[in-house]
Every structure is written in structure tokens, then in C-alpha cells.
Write a protein that binds this ligand. Structure first.
Ligand SMILES: [Zn+2]
Ligand SMILES: [Zn+2]
Length: 245
């Protein structure tokens, strides 16, 4: 309990420190310039990632959409990921998710906000009306004590001035972790797992998640939101893992 309290309070008391090497942070971030340069960033504006699912694209590819999305377009219109899911970034996400290191959400959320801001400035158009963190089932929330997607969404909301709507969707069925299942069973695992609450007046939503993998979870949420009347769904993830074959 004290640990959890400290992890909430510490980031508000101490100056920025690099979460990777402990040096002083730069530009108001918990990251030094050297470690920042080493992070595996994805730049969708430069065509490094698919604009529908955020999968990294081969360097030579001219297209903005990957083959998988061309063959079978996902229900969401766009996706942005700040990073490839690779070390040392993947280690930070694991620490945030499983080891109660909540202060990491500040840095990771700020990085996600910058990636999204760059994409929005490039693509133009209206930003989403609300941010919806991918919900956890109440049993998982009880066990972990927090939803890492909500913690990541907070700095994004502050930076972009888009309100959070964490209760717009609920996870009504506890599911196995997608990463514990073979690719073939992941879609069925999340089918019927979510419910949308009243979406009156909401046309455009961005879902926020920590890691995007095969995308079945966010695709299922996008379907549920669209059935509830939402017209456009974007997916913003801190990191994009390569899809398992
Ligand atoms: Zn550093
Ligand atoms: Zn794609």
C-alpha cells in the first residue's frame, strides 16, 4: 500500500530523472537526451507505419497501408503507435503494467501525445471528441489496482486538451490475456467482451492502449462503439508489437 502511495506521490515531488539511466531529465521529461535518442520510435508521418493498424512497414514500402489491412480493413479508421515494442521501451511498459511503476505513465503518455500531435498536424481534420482507455474487467482492476491504459491516457488528455471518457465502454467478461493465446484464438477470446454505454452526441473516439499486437481487442471495441452510433474510431497505442504469424 505504501509502495503504491509512493508511486503516486514521488513523481510530483521529485525533479525529472531519466527512467532508463537515472541522469537528469531533459525538456521536462523523465528521460535524458541520450536515452531518448535510443528509443525505438515509429514515425507514421514518414510512412514507417500502417495508418490503419500502426504495424511497422518495411523501409522501402511506399504505401501507407499494410497488406493485412488492404485485404481485410479493420473496423477502426486509423491507428498511431509512438514506438515499436522493443527493448528498452518494452521493459518500461512491463514495469508500468505489472510492477506498479505508475510514474512511468507520465513519460510514456507524454511520448504518445507527441506522436499523435505530429500525426494530427500532418493529417489535418478534426481531433477525436473523447479518449477511451481500453477497459479492464473489474476482477483484473481489483487485482492490479489501476488500469495502465487510463494512466497513459491522462497525460495525452492534458497535452491535447481532449477529455477522458473512461466509462464509455466496459469490459463485461473477464478474458485470458491475449498474449497467452495463439493468434487463431485471439479474436474469439474478446468477442462479446465489451459493452458501450450511452454514446449520444459522440461521433469520434480515440481508444488508448499500452501495446497493440494483433489488434483484436481494439477492433472488437471499435465494433461495439460503432454499433452504439460512433462514426469514427482511432486507436492510439504506446507501442506496436509485430503481429505473431
Ligand atoms: Zn538516460
Ligand atoms: Zn495495417
Amino acid at each position: 500500500m505504501v509502495d503504491r502511495w509512493l508511486s503516486f506521490v514521488r513523481p510530483r515531488l521529485l525533479p525529472e530523472r531519466c527512467v532508463l539511466c537515472g541522469a537528469a531529465g531533459t525538456a521536462g521529461r523523465d528521460l535524458c537526451a541520450g536515452c531518448s535518442a535510443d528509443l525505438p520510435r515509429l514515425n507514421p508521418v514518414q510512412g514507417e507505419a500502417c495508418r490503419r493498424c500502426a504495424a511497422p512497414l518495411p523501409p522501402s514500402s511506399a504505401g501507407a497501408v499494410c497488406g493485412r489491412c488492404l485485404r481485410r480493413p479493420p473496423p477502426h479508421e486509423a491507428a498511431v503507435a509512438a514506438f515499436r515494442y522493443e527493448p528498452p521501451l518494452s521493459r518500461l511498459i512491463t514495469e508500468l503494467k505489472f510492477n506498479q511503476r505508475l510514474h512511468l505513465a507520465r513519460l510514456l503518455g507524454q511520448e504518445l501525445a507527441e506522436a499523435v500531435a505530429g500525426t494530427l498536424a500532418h493529417a489535418g481534420g478534426e481531433p477525436p471528441q473523447v479518449l477511451v482507455p481500453v477497459p479492464l474487467h473489474r476482477s483484473r482492476l481489483r487485482e492490479r489496482g489501476y488500469n495502465q491504459a487510463l494512466e497513459l491516457a491522462r497525460p495525452v488528455s492534458t497535452r491535447l486538451g481532449i477529455p477522458l471518457a473512461p466509462s464509455l465502454c466496459e469490459r463485461i467478461r473477464a478474458t485470458s490475456a491475449q498474449t497467452d493465446l495463439p493468434a487463431s484464438r485471439r479474436r474469439a477470446n474478446v468477442r462479446g467482451a465489451f459493452r458501450a454505454n450511452d454514446c449520444t452526441g459522440i461521433r469520434h473516439v480515440a481508444l488508448i492502449d499500452d501495446v497493440l499486437t494483433t489488434g483484436h481487442t481494439v477492433a472488437e471495441l471499435a465494433r461495439v462503439l460503432k454499433r452504439a452510433g460512433v462514426r469514427r474510431v482511432e486507436v492510439w497505442g504506446c507501442a506496436r508489437a509485430a503481429a505473431p504469424s
